[in-house]
Design a protein around this ligand. Structure first.
Ligand code: NOJ
Length: 569
């Protein structure tokens, strides 16, 4: 077994704005984060992924960067950031930074210069195209915001591309000078001693240079397929590796969308020297309609199992790797989408955690997930929302198309990314201990019951479940490197699988429904697992009998049976 530390890791996403405020301005900051460094050791995670903290006008909460080399003043100073790195390293915790390579802010000096004249030395850092024959945009692409992906620039008399907001112009990776400039940015941070990057929208860097019209009809088409996994993407990543990454002891997790298994293998097979792992949104988007991500689609356990199996078998099998998550700062809370945020909140949050820590892949935890935080019921009117996608959707659907406001608000209430961004719930003091001021997004009203302090004292809490799972991962290589095999593939309520290596075999049974569920193992598996002992589960009753061929799970119950191989301790 070839051991690789980032496969063994558990990565914790800090969405800094909402983590811990130290100065009462209602916005999380570096000093606040430093004050919580011991929390990571208590939880047991070994890597922090820090959301963007660079200077930004904040149109997209930091994913629109104006200066890659300076810290956003509301978050603190470079000295504080350096102190953070030191404090984490002291505790053997790695720090990975968010690397946004696809676009800058329109307030970045490169773009300000580029848009001023066709003679700007930065012109080719961005993507410019002449108007179509009718004088309109160069092609029919829409952005992720459902608006045109091109904006006319008067001074140069042509259009620039932006797959997101018009204030987030796309960079032109086909231009060697831009690539060199970005390599310098990456080097700047690596020289400071960080441990890697989460790379934003990384499979969009290479665009089809013909810029053809797309046939894609969905609202957030963003030029697909011509903007994903483009003709030179592998070349760009290999170059980045050869020139920069390979000189440091680091790892990379690339955010990718619209990837096939074969794409993921191309990105992550070690001998190709591109990315360490990808983060694919496929599972987290199972409840989103194809034609418009704001509309809901009924998902079934079969759908979820299909995605998971694909990753386990077709990617993990042949040597690729991926991060495992069901929500990050871009989706509503996972317990709301895949579990039950009412009666079975605790149970289902724990069951989902068991899945994310026992499948092959590196688990990513979004802050607050380890407390079972849920969607915020008080975000109701459009003014209550902060994130740009919700506002863009409202503009397009209600103001431009005249769709009924109530219908559109219903979708926004359910799907907005803001649910994942409400402040961390530390304790039951005002504003959940997040700030002494007025929080930038409201604290969830359940914070008196759902907070870390309460859960630290409760051995049956979601928090303790995460702690135990993270510890188990350190003690049992089978969770990381073991083989995977699905069982009960047709079951409508239970996701069941085995993980096994030379030392032990685990049976994992997860009930994805609010009803009891019965299982019956196939003969061969039953023979192998008969008598296996109960190792871990989310039920408060832990006096579970040994494994038999049949059994019943309570609503949202998840459990692990373990069988040691002959000769192992
Ligand atoms: C993905 C990030 O996670 C999201 O928050 C952001 O809006 C887009 N990429 C654009 O950078």
């Amino acid at each position: 077994m070839h051991k690789i530390y980032w496969k063994e890791s558990v990565i914790y996403e800090v969405y800094l704005r909402s983590f811990k405020d130290s100065d009462g301005d209602g916005i999380g900051d570096l000093k606040g984060l430093i004050s919580k460094a011991d929390y990571f050791s208590e939880l047991g995670i070994d890597t922090v992924w820090l959301s963007p903290i660079y200077v930004s006008p904040n149109v997209d909460n930091g994913y629109d960067i104006k200066d890659y080399l300076q810290i956003q003043p509301e978050y603190g100073t470079m000295e504080q950031w350096e102190q953070l790195l030191e404090e984490l390293h002291k505790r053997n915790i790695r720090l990975i930074m968010d690397l946004v390579l696809n676009h800058t802010s329109d307030e970045h000096p490169w773009f300000i210069d580029a848009r001023s004249s066709r003679d700007s030395r930065y012109r080719d850092f961005y993507i410019w195209r002449p108007a179509a024959e009718d004088g309109g945009p160069p092609n029919n692409w829409t952005s992720y915001l459902g608006k045109p992906a091109w904006t006319y620039n008067k001074a140069t008399g042509d259009y620039y591309l932006h797959l997101y907001n018009a204030k987030q112009p796309d960079l032109n990776w086909d231009h060697p000078e831009l690539r060199a400039a970005m390599h310098e940015v990456i080097t700047f941070w690596l020289d400071k001693g960080i441990d890697g990057f989460r790379m934003d929208a990384v499979n969009s860097l290479s665009k089809d240079q013909r810029f053809p019209d797309t046939e894609e009809t969905k609202l957030q088409a963003s030029g697909e397929p011509y903007t994903k996994n483009g003709p030179r993407i592998h070349e760009f990543l290999r170059e980045m590796n050869d020139k920069v990454f390979s000189k440091y002891e680091i790892f990379t997790a690339g955010e990718t969308s619209q990837v096939t298994d074969d794409d993921v293998l191309l990105y992550t097979k070690p001998e190709r020297r591109e990315l360490s792992m990808v983060l694919s949104a496929e599972a987290s988007k199972l409840a989103d309609a194809e034609e418009d991500q704001w509309q809901s689609k009924d998902w079934t356990l079969h759908d979820l199992r299909k995605v998971m199996l694909k990753w386990q078998r077709d990617v993990g099998g042949p040597g690729g790797w991926f991060g495992l998550y069901l929500s990050n700062h871009d989706q509503p809370r996972m317990v709301a989408t895949f579990g039950d945020q009412g009666e079975y909140r605790v149970q289902s949050a724990k069951m989902l955690a068991i899945m994310l820590h026992t499948l092959k892949g590196t688990p990513f935890i979004l802050q607050g997930e380890e407390l079972g935080m849920t969607n915020h019921p008080g975000l109701t009117r459009i003014e209550d929302f902060n994130e740009q996608q919700a506002h863009a959707y409202y503009d397009v659907m209600v103001l431009e198309r005249g769709e009924p406001e109530e219908l559109i608000m219903e979708r926004i209430r359910k799907k907005s990314r803001d649910h994942a961004r409400t402040p961390m719930q530390w304790d039951d003091s005002p504003h959940a201990g997040f700030t002494s001021g007025r929080p930038w997004l409201p604290v969830h009203p359940d914070y008196r019951e759902v907070n870390l302090q309460v859960q630290q004292d409760d051995p049956d809490s979601v928090f303790h479940c995460y702690k135990k799972l993270i510890r188990l991962r350190k003690e049992h290589p089978v969770m990381v490197y073991g083989e995977f095999d699905v069982l009960l593939e047709e079951h409508e309520q239970i996701f069941a699988y085995r993980r096994y290596d030379d030392d032990e075999e685990w049976l994992i049974l997860l009930n994805f429904s609010g009803e009891e569920a019965r299982w019956e193992l196939p003969e061969e598996a039953a023979a192998r697992l008969e008598g296996a002992s109960f190792l871990f589960g989310n039920d408060t009753d832990v006096s579970k009998p040994r494994c038999h061929r049949t059994g019943t799970l309570k609503p949202y119950e998840g459990l692990i049976y373990q069988r040691l191989s002959h000769g192992s301790a």
